[in-house]
Design a protein around this ligand. Structure first.
Ligand code: FES
Length: 269
């Protein structure tokens, strides 16, 4: 039975993956979480459990978080087998206990992918995403002298699509959900949001080639069109961007055979 939202007698059993470090054995450990308010967030519940563990002299559960508002992409973990847990279009920090039933057992584990090595408990190292971003997820412009925005017309459809892609918070749920641990939704979002804008055209070919190469080198798998990635994306980014990236990549690869990549260019769309 779902507890009344005004009460504070909500209880669950947390089954949490505990692993002291990447070279240590890991295991699930059960923790009772009692006297909770169903309007608490999932991370607030972990705070309560950690306070109790600390008082008892036990090691608190290591989990990552920063904004707690679905912005930073830090709080990634898998809840009951689904990256970011129940709900659609939310990150772990936006999950509330009212999404569960009183008395539930909730299984919490880190994102599992070879390219996301475990650091401790629920925390994984997602530096591979940083490397992909550093390979090409930027534009080279002279800053401090922005011209009038109206001087660069952008079709509304392109602006909307670029905004959709730019919503990616780099949480890694797409990788964790994919049976191949593919990062193609993440890379496609980063490639597309710049490739759709006029400012992103000068480096468009160079960008997609470098980011895809870095993705492959990091050990991510390939896309086999299961679309688990977009199903769990907290920003609801469409897998259509993967097709867009593939088109960009093939075109860039073709052009790179005939002229230096640094001189390549292409139109938006
Ligand atoms: S803590 Fe920032 S997205 Fe969850």
């Amino acid at each position: 039975m779902v507890a009344n939202n005004s009460t504070k007698n909500f209880s669950v059993t947390l089954r949490v993956w505990r692993q002291a470090g990447p070279d240590q054995p890991g295991r699930f450990v059960d923790y009772p979480a009692t006297n909770l308010n169903p309007n608490m967030s999932f991370l607030e519940m972990l705070d309560v459990v950690n306070d109790e563990l600390t008082v008892k002299g036990e090691e608190p559960i290591a989990f990552a978080h920063d904004c707690r508002e679905g912005i930073c992409g830090t709080c990634s973990c898998t809840i009951n087998g689904k990256p970011h847990g129940p709900g659609k279009g939310v990150a772990t920090c936006q999950v509330y206990l009212r999404s569960f039933k009183d008395g539930d057992t909730i299984v919490v584990e880190p994102f599992r992918a070879r390219a996301f090595p475990l650091v401790k408990d629920l925390i994984t190292d997602r530096e591979a995403f940083d490397k992909i971003q550093q390979a090409g997820g930027f534009i080279s412009v002279r800053t401090g002298a922005a011209q009038d925005a109206n001087a660069i017309p952008v079709p509304k459809e392109d602006a909307d699509l670029a905004m959709d892609a730019a919503a990616c918070i780099g949480c890694g749920a797409c990788v964790a959900a994919c049976k191949n641990a593919s990062a193609m939704l993440f890379v496609a979002a980063k490639v597309s949001h710049l490739g759709l804008m006029p400012q992103g055209q000068p480096e468009r070919d160079k960008r997609v080639l470098a980011m895809v190469q870095t993705m492959d080198e990091a050990g991510f798998g390939n896309c086999t069109n299961q679309y688990e990635c977009s199903a769990v994306c907290p920003k609801l980014i469409s897998h259509d961007f993967i097709a867009r990236m593939n088109r960009d990549y093939i075109g860039a690869l073709f052009r790179s055979k005939f002229k230096p990549v640094s001189h390549a260019s292409g139109g938006a769309g």
